[in-house]
Design a binder for this molecule. Structure first.
Ligand code: ZN
Ligand code: ZN
Ligand code: FE
Length: 760
């Protein structure tokens, strides 16, 4: 009997062919296995029927740890005369007929490789880029498919005889490992000074670790781009880093030398431990421990700190000769630009900022930032879904009618390609404000299409007429003859949540900073009815509209937002003048604001939940200036930690609008009576209860059993958990995101989902 089998999913770059070879030989089968140009694997087996049956069972049950099988299609083939004497791994074919398979994300170094790296008698002792079929870079080195060495940036390195002997040996765990390398034939690391001049050290990696520990700033080239490494214990290098990166307050991610080290300065729950040590090795936001002893400059004003564990041999070696518990490892990107990936670019952009460069000579095919997540108890909340996850698809419970590409919004962007029941989200692209990021976005889109062998029918984007992504969608649709589809920001958030959970109807609470409304207004605290078959979205309720004094200035300086909400309800004049030091133009600006209020000339209003939290942050003196996205609201959550609801204000809802003025007045009047912590906690509870009440009311009215929470505010643990408690207590279902970010990193998914199923 002879069978041809096509396996789709993540089956290239995961040791699948060696695995197939082994189970075929074990089951006495002849034939071949090969990679194809559509990221699938093709197998022909020839032998006894019972052996083939057992082979097919093994194929699914014993698959390699990193493989994901989406589908196995087997069909008998006529023997056209060729005879297979044994089982072989054939050279890859370019054949491509299936869409929707893909190569895996980059995988952290595995335990076996780490052990070999530490073993003085191993040939790869101390080799910083040791890998095998189960670990190493994939997505960041691939230039084309099928996943063969010559289609990756490893093709620049000729395998030595030792590596080759392992590569061709079926019994070896590096049999057909495309990233195979050793100190003799593989990429090499070296150190340069600030001017890019090579400094000859016998052990450049450990030397770099010592330099970081001593207070120098070192740019470190990794898998998906450059990090800036600095001490977490000394203030001086962090001050320099902040000045140079124009990051006054934004927290730096750190890499802890080990899990134990992380536990010495942060609290680590069992779920957080699992996330930290997973092969994706994301940055996990951990609550600072009681005896937190790292520099305050690492994550100023926040209750948590972003920690990851080493994920390459190089990272482990950095810590070998120092006792530091952790290093700052922040991605090296100029403001609003993608992460740096090439040496030349690094020298040009980082000169004058860093003291040394730790480099290696393997090219990075595609940049990829670290992922960031936090845990709400046992639930994963993605802040950024990137390295270690992209391009692995999110499996949807709906099937697309056509192939759709979503280009996202403007901040924290990703792109998303939907093929069948799979959503391929790109790595983190960033804020699409300038040419470089926009080019990155376009190339990431094209690459996803290429890697999945798919043809786009429709491109979708935001409703905002001036977003760069909207213009790009127009251009792509003209150039490629794709249809174009626009969808409102919060409707896209809602669709993403529904698609992730396979819901056909929902009442979604969408809270974030800003989204262009259907009426052109500044939305950001909306209750949305969503249905997917057919796609229908309606805004049913929202937060009270509040004045946005000075437009973007009100976002940057939350004092403006606070004064705008309070003016006319309480006497804010004295308070505003007193706090005018926190405004860029001081007293003059405060007086101007007051006269604008008096004349009642604030036309722009917003329903944004983010802005309400910002305002509360200013009223309570927690944060007066937003130097990075979400800062005032994040610091407010930190201030509220372990607080209690001291105000106990009943949510005031009228005409499907939740009042936000009363709570702000109470905060203002209570600020000298109650603790900042309890007041900060009270407004979290007020919003959670108010939004939950309003959503439940609308759910009952519309006979919907599912309530969801999406948008960037859904990263907030206090609001999310309070809302869940109330809604589940009432016997309704409550949904949040667990595979994609609730923030704008998940927007592209919602856009693509609706575009993929809507009737044109
Ligand atoms: Zn390994
Ligand atoms: Zn070698
Ligand atoms: Fe949003």
């Amino acid at each position: 009997m002879r069978l041809k089998i096509i396996v789709s999913g993540i089956v290239q770059g995961v040791g699948f062919r060696p695995f197939v070879y082994r189970i075929a030989v074990r089951n006495n089968l002849r034939g071949y296995v090969r990679n194809r140009g559509d990221s699938c694997v093709e197998i022909v087996v020839d032998g006894e029927e019972k052996d083939i049956k057992s082979f097919l069972r093994d194929l699914v049950e014993k698959k390699p740890p990193l493989a994901r099988i989406h589908e196995v299609v087997a069909a008998p083939v006529e023997s056209s005369g060729e005879y297979y004497g044994d089982f072989k791994i054939f050279k890859s074919s370019g054949e491509a007929e299936v869409s929707g398979s893909i190569i895996p994300p980059d995988i952290a170094i595995c335990d076996e490789c780490l052990m070999e790296m530490r073993n003085p008698s191993d040939l790869r002792y101390d080799y910083f880029f040791i890998t095998c079929v189960n670990c190493g870079p994939r997505y960041t080195i691939i230039e084309d498919i099928p996943y063969d060495r010559e289609n990756t940036t490893m093709r620049d390195f000729q395998m030595c005889s030792f590596c080759r002997s392992e590569y061709v040996n079926p019994a070896n765990r590096r049999f057909h490992a495309q990233t195979i390398a050793c100190p003799r034939c593989g990429p090499k690391a070296y150190l340069t000074d600030a001017d890019g001049l090579r400094v000859d050290y016998r052990d450049p990696i450990r030397e770099a670790g010592k330099l970081v520990s001593e207070g120098y700033i070192v740019a470190v080239k990794g898998y998906g781009g450059f990090h800036l490494a600095a001490s977490t214990l000394l203030d001086e290098p962090l001050k320099r880093l902040r000045a140079a990166k124009h990051r006054r307050q934004k927290p730096f991610a750190i890499m802890a030398r080990s899990l134990e080290a992380a536990k010495s300065f942060a609290k680590v729950s069992p779920w957080e431990e699992r996330a930290l040590t997973s092969y994706a090795r994301p940055i996990v936001l951990l609550e600072k421990g009681e005896r937190y002893y790292l520099s305050e400059l690492v994550s100023p004003g926040l209750h948590n700190v972003g920690v990851m564990l080493p994920y390459t041999g190089l990272h482990y070696m950095l810590f070998d000769q120092v006792s530091d518990p952790a290093f700052v490892m922040t991605s090296a990107n100029p403001p609003n630009q993608p992460i740096i990936k090439d040496e030349e670019e690094a020298f040009r952009r980082l000169r004058g900022l860093v003291d040394y460069f730790l480099l290696h000579d393997r090219r990075i095919a595609h940049r990829c930032d670290d992922s960031v997540l936090r845990m709400h108890g046992d639930r994963t909340v993605f802040i950024r879904r990137s390295r270690g996850y992209a391009p692995e698809p999110v499996r949807l419970k709906l099937k697309a009618k056509r192939c759709a590409l979503g280009l996202g919004g403007e901040e924290n962007n990703t792109v998303c390609l939907i093929v069948g029941d799979k959503a391929f989200l790109s790595q983190h692209i960033g804020d699409v404000e300038n040419l470089e990021t926009l080019e990155f976005l376009e190339s990431a889109s094209m690459r996803l299409m290429r890697l999945t062998n798919s043809r786009v029918d429709v491109v979708s984007c935001d409703l905002h007429p001036k977003f760069a992504t909207t213009m790009l969608a127009k251009r792509l649709s003209e150039e490629h003859g794709w249809r174009m589809f626009q969808i409102q920001h919060h409707y896209a958030h809602t669709a993403a949540l529904m698609a992730e959970h396979g819901l056909s109807e929902i009442i979604a609470v969408c809270c974030d900073g800003y989204g262009y409304g259907e009426d052109g207004g500044a939305w950001g605290g909306e209750i949305v009815f969503g249905s997917l078959n057919p796609p229908v979205f309606k805004r049913l309720g929202c937060l009270e509209e509040q004045p946005l004094l000075g437009g973007d200035l009100a976002t940057k300086y939350p004092l403006r937002m606070a004064a705008g909400i309070l003016y006319g309800h309480v006497d804010v004049e004295g308070w505003l003048l007193e706090n005018s030091v926190h405004l860029p133009y001081g007293l003059r600006e405060a007086h101007l604001m007051l006269s604008q209020f008096r004349r009642g000339e604030i036309k722009i209003k917003t329903t944004s939940c983010g802005r309400v939290l910002d305002a509360a942050s200013a009223v309570l003196g927690v944060c007066y200036e937003r130097t990075y996205e979400g800062e005032p609201a994040m610091k407010l959550e930190s201030a509220a930690l372990h607080g209690e609801d001291i105000l106990k204000i009943e949510p005031q809802i009228s005409g499907r609008v939740l009042n936000t003025t009363e709570i702000m007045i109470s905060l203002f009047e209570g600020k000298d009576k109650f603790s900042r912590r309890d007041l900060a906690y009270s407004i979290h509870v007020y919003l959670a209860r108010g939004l939950a009440e309003l959503a439940m009311e609308l759910a009952v009215e519309n006979n919907v059993k599912n309530i969801g929470f999406t948008g960037g505010v859904a990263c907030n643990q206090i609001i999310t958990e309070e809302m869940r408690r109330i809604i589940e207590q009432r016997g309704l279902n409550f949904f949040t995101h667990d595979s994609v970010p609730p923030g704008d990193g998940g927007l592209s998914l919602g856009q693509a989902v609706v575009a993929s199923i809507i009737e044109f």
